[in-house]
Design a protein. Structure first.
Length: 227
């Protein structure tokens, strides 16, 4: 028991000694933000058809989707850049007339790698029969590069903060002792849901694309040695 007490006492003493030997530190948070102009877009577009007969509703829907896919092929869109996103067939009811009908719906996801083709692709898909645009999301083909740039800016921001505090205290900033990344957030501009018929009735020669900018933000916490 006595030996156990001695070992425990020595362990506590060693721990306290180690804590006393820890260097003075300062911990700060840094943020880095990069704004990027998109060079790609992901379009979620589809078609809805209604009919009292489920088979007719589905057949009409398939015919329109076939025309949309045929248009994409003729426009030179790579087959790997589009895929079926959703297919559904529901029975619905008009709450005013109480009449029941079937609604068939299909949508596809299309990656547009050249934004100069956005207007012509949109117009061609609507001419083929698309009547519903779920959303459009603008992206960058080099997002990883810009995320790295944001992280570097976050570290530089943390270093500047630590230097400001240290100078005020009459001390100098030493090496980094601990680095903790909170997260890197990428916000892609997105156009919300809208009806394609409204677009079809507009002048398609007029530019309708306003892609905005992608916001990439990195956060980091760093503990520096104070000298």
């Amino acid at each position: 028991m006595k030996n156990l007490f001695i070992v425990l006492f020595m362990s506590i003493g060693t721990l306290m000694s180690a804590q006393n030997q820890l260097p003075n530190t300062i911990s700060v948070g840094g943020e880095g933000k990069v704004m990027v102009k998109p060079d790609e877009a992901v379009l979620y577009i589809g078609v809805e058809t209604n009919n009292e007969d489920s088979k007719i509703a589905k057949t009409q829907n398939d015919a329109v989707m076939a025309k949309m896919i045929d248009f994409l092929k003729k426009s030179g869109v790579n087959s790997k850049d589009y895929k079926t996103e959703q297919v559904s067939l529901y029975q619905r009811q008009d709450y005013q007339t109480k009449e029941k009908y079937f609604q068939a719906s299909q949508s596809i996801q299309i990656q547009i790698t050249d934004l100069t083709k956005y207007e012509s692709l949109m117009a061609g898909l609507i001419e083929a029969g698309a009547n519903k645009i779920n959303s459009v999301q603008f992206r960058s083909s080099e997002v990883e590069k810009y995320e790295s740039e944001a992280r570097k800016k976050a570290v530089e921001n943390a270093q500047k903060k630590a230097k400001d505090y240290a100078e005020t205290l009459g001390q100098n900033v030493g090496k980094a002792l601990m680095v903790y990344e909170n997260n890197t957030q990428t916000i892609f501009p997105r156009v919300g849901q809208m009806q394609a018929m409204a677009y079809a009735e507009s002048d398609t020669a007029t530019q309708t694309l306003a892609e905005g900018e992608i916001e990439i933000t990195a956060h980091v916490n760093i503990s520096f040695e104070l000298k």
